[in-house]
Design a protein around this ligand. Sequence first.
Ligand code: SAH
Length: 222
Amino acid sequence: MSADARKIRLLMHLRRSGITDHRVLGALERVPREQFVPENFMDQAYEDRALPIGMGQTISQPLVVAYMTQELEVGDLHKVLEIGTGSGYQACVLAKLCRRLYTVERHRALLDVAEARFAALRIHNITTRVADGMRGWPEQAPFDRIMVTAAHSGVAPPPALTDQLGVGGVLVIPMGDERREQRLVRIRRTEAGLERENLWPVRFVPLLPNLPDEDDSRAASW
Ligand code: SAH
């Protein structure tokens, strides 16, 4: 089966699985996922599964990328923050739908590769930073939308992130630890305060505090 045929099959699967937002489906159609996975996994780029990207991290499953993007309710004029750049795939999907995307990653090596992909695809509305994303990006706050793509194990989302959400803003974050069930949570900032809704159960790598020390990065392998 050709890559195009596989992509069409995947888009049909997403539609049947509850992705009804045409802008989101269009963004997934336009971002070439095969360019975000290691060469030896390219033939699986349009399967609905998470794949390894190095440093013990993964590119999320397409259905989860589509669902999180849909539930974030991104608009073309929005300023959006993503925590956990990883391969850069979710960042590109968001960048197609918003005015400007800010993305934070704690592994310099992953961010370097992601940045090269943004340049190759001529996506120019993404700004990146190596940092601990649990602190958000205070110099650029407030954000209209914030998406976290690693699971937070606390009972409430990191306060820096909810603090950096503007009024009317939405935060989507997987909550729960690695061993137990995680759930995607949506937080909405209204004039009255924060509203919380539970969405689908999910499975993510953990959101880790601080930056890895250099020894960690060097020792990390596939
Ligand atoms: N959005 C990514 C999926 C990344 S997996 C994609 O589309 O490929 C989660 C990523 O979050 C990993 O790259 C991991 O290094 C990063 N991460 C974990 N904790 C973090 C933190 N506190 N700050 C920034 N990035 C973090």
